[in-house]
Design a binder for this molecule. Sequence first.
Ligand code: SF4
Length: 345
Amino acid sequence: MAKAISLYSSGLDSTLATIVIVRQGIEVTAVKFLTHFGCDMADPAAYLDDYVPHAEQFGFRVKYCHLGEVFLEIVKSPAYGRGKNMNPCVDCRIAMLREAKKLMALTGADFLITGEVLWQRPMSQRRDSFPLIDRAAGVEGIVLRPLTAKLLKPTIAETNGLVDREKLYGFSGRSRKPQMALAKEFGLTDYPAPAGGCLLTDSIYSYRLSELLRYTPNPSLREVNLLKTGRHFRLSPSIKAIAGRNEKENIAIEAQTTDEDITLTVDDVGSPTTLILAQAGQKLEPGDAIVEVAASITARYAKTKHDPQVNVSIYKGVNKLIGHVLVKPLDEETLNSLRIEAKSG
Ligand code: SF4
């Protein structure tokens, strides 16, 4: 039985592409690549349970593969440039296809599948970018794009008869109507609404990431992971404060706090947990001016923000209380000048 590896995001296009090939009697392993920036969905954990049933329903299996630090290096300096924001889509597709090729060898697969559609995305889904990407990834001739194949040169799987080209499609452009019609034909009813891509296509997130890289060219994975959570403030070239916006974010921040960090909170009222994120070697103490500024930020977002003075607790890690500081909640102007966001004008 012929075998294929599918680049699977769990979105509509890659699911359809996979089903098209399964329906030709080919055994498909769908590989979902995870990165620190998410892909096609805001919260990768959310679909692990929700959309795997497609696999069972349509007869393919799903494997997860984290690109980890390889992808972080790509994001820092992509060889083929970025899209509108920090998204290095061409380099990203190359990295995924390279990994998929390794899996092909491991599983004895004959070819690769993607859900790409010609002209759907301006950077990585152009007529000239498909061959460029395939060449750079070392997968020329073995990447079948079932949804758009009829508009492209036949691949090896088509010319050697493993796949019937007549049963492939010629979709192009940004409209999802043909895909929606095909989904209906296949009985695929439960699929996520198309999202814009990963977090790197989000302008607010991209600004935070580029700001981090400006001050810290080689950030740790923790620094990168924390970009997704809370309000971020730049206190010095090597120190940031990150304040949770709600209980869930407080928990996420606390989960990424080490015993060496300083955190702040206003005890016994609704309050952010604020992490002072300092680069290695920076020792901070309760009396430091920077700790006071972070305490004023904490006070500003606590339930007690209208009090003239707020008593903020200082912790080493999240549990060891090491002091208190009485501060005024930070005024809006100073707050905005410290906030890590694109400033207009
Ligand atoms: S949006 Fe671009 S950079 Fe982000 S995961 Fe998709 S292809 Fe990769």
